[in-house]
Design a protein around this ligand. Structure first.
Ligand SMILES: *Cc1c(COP(=O)(O)O)cnc(C)c1O
Length: 391
């Protein structure tokens, strides 16, 4: 049902496979294996001559429903679900690349992705060069004869830098490489990278796809030919999404558009207010006209999304005071939850960088990141004003 319906409809209805009981809500299939009618059928399933479920490391009907729904939302031929976002990133590299090949990646990607690329894949002969998320020419200059993958997150964490996905796709294709976009911050409700020319989409389903901070999950999406290798890695190595988590994520997708619209509206209101606060020196939010890539963001995203970063006067002590003065906001690293979360990137998610690396990346000691939830914005403002007004 991919072509004929709007995203909101697909989010509620795509991928449903009803059992013989005709349940209305998607069923959860808690089983590790599937029974065959005969030895001949078992042989046909194993050989691939007959499609169907064999063993839940390979496929499970609840997981398949989630994959088909997310594929419909991203406009992808195929989705392969994983146990977490990091497993999805590993799976995409293991499925598409080999030793001796090269990745060009944005400098502003998730911390664990940098660890995976540099410290783990580096040991297996895959080298990564890091470049600016906002200067496509740097990507072109970083290309080598063995470059196979471009990897970007847009908007980035925590500074919400926006990358030109169409421009990067063009350079990747001219260089014989694929462009992978980690679409975590926008979700397909706000941004569909395949339509902008990307080849591969990565999701940490843990974030907005769940939307209520309950389960871990991940996904890789793209053309059938590309996903074949990714799926082969999954069924052989086993970082499989559980049926229970897939069921929670299916339910999360039903409200994705409504939530993304509300997260974005709340974030814009909060960011606009923060910009007027005398103790706030800068606010980074793609939906604000003051954002360095505001025009690009509004071209490739539906709205600004739910993440706001801002810098306070007084460095780390001041930032910690604002964070510790909150009573409502949760001091936790997750994002994409109905509950608003607040973090100090320099001492948590980005603490493994040296102070010089952080300074070069623009992550100051006074920087605070907020993943704006679904609470009333007036309550969020009051919670932040308690600390800000005392600086
Ligand atoms: C959280 C996150 C990941 C990793 O996902 P997990 O589900 O925690 O493994 C990858 N990329 C981005 C942008 C994230 O925010």
């Amino acid at each position: 049902m991919t072509e004929e319906y709007e995203l909101e409809t697909l989010a509620v209805r795509a991928g449903i496979a009803r059992s013989q009981f005709h349940e209305h809500s998607e069923a959860m299939f808690l089983t590790s294996s599937f029974v065959f009618d005969s030895a001949a059928q078992a042989a046909a399933r194993f050989s691939g001559a007959e499609p169907g479920n064999i063993y839940a490391r390979f496929t499970n009907p609840t997981v398949t429903m989630f994959e088909q729904r997310l594929a419909a939302l991203e406009g992808a031929e195929r989705c392969v679900a994983f146990a977490s976002g990091m497993a999805a990133i590993l799976g995409s590299v293991m499925g598409l690349m080999k030793a001796g090949e090269h990745i060009v990646a944005s400098r502003s990607i998730f911390g664990s992705t940098v660890q995976l690329f540099s410290n783990i894949l580096g040991r297996f002969g895959i080298e990564t060069t890091y470049v600016s998320p906002t200067d496509p020419e740097e990507w072109r200059r970083a290309v080598k004869p063995n470059t196979r993958l471009f990897f970007v997150e847009s908007p980035s964490n925590p500074l919400t830098e926006v990358s030109d996905i169409a421009a990067l796709a063009k350079i990747a294709h001219e260089s014989g490489a694929w462009l992978a976009v980690d679409n975590c911050f926008c979700s397909p409700a706000l941004q569909q990278p395949l339509k902008l020319g990307a080849d591969i989409i990565i999701h940490s389903a843990t974030k907005y796809l769940d939307g209520q901070g309950r389960v871990l999950g991940g996904a890789v999406l793209g053309k059938k030919e590309l996903m074949e290798g990714v799926y082969t890695f999954l069924r052989t190595a086993g970082p499989t999404l559980s049926a229970f988590n897939a069921w929670v994520l299916l339910k999360g997708l039903e409200t994705l558009s409504l939530r993304m619209e509300a997260h974005s509206r709340h974030a814009l209101e909060l960011a606009t207010w923060l910009e007027t606060h005398p103790k706030v020196t800068r606010v980074l939010y793609p939906g604000l006209p003051s954002h360095p890539q505001h025009a690009l963001a509004m071209k490739q995203q539906k709205t600004g999304g739910g993440i706001v970063a801002f810098e306070v006067v007084g460095g780390k002590d001041a930032a910690w005071q604002v964070i510790d003065s909150t009573r409502l906001l949760s001091i936790t690293a997750n994002l994409g939850d109905a509950k608003t979360t607040i973090t100090h990137p320099a001492s948590t998610t980005h603490s493994r960088m040296t102070p010089e690396q952080r300074a070069a990346a623009g992550i100051g000691e006074g920087l605070i990141r907020i993943a704006v939830g679904l609470e009333a914005v007036s309550d969020l403002k009051a919670d932040l004003a308690r600390g800000l007004d005392r600086l």
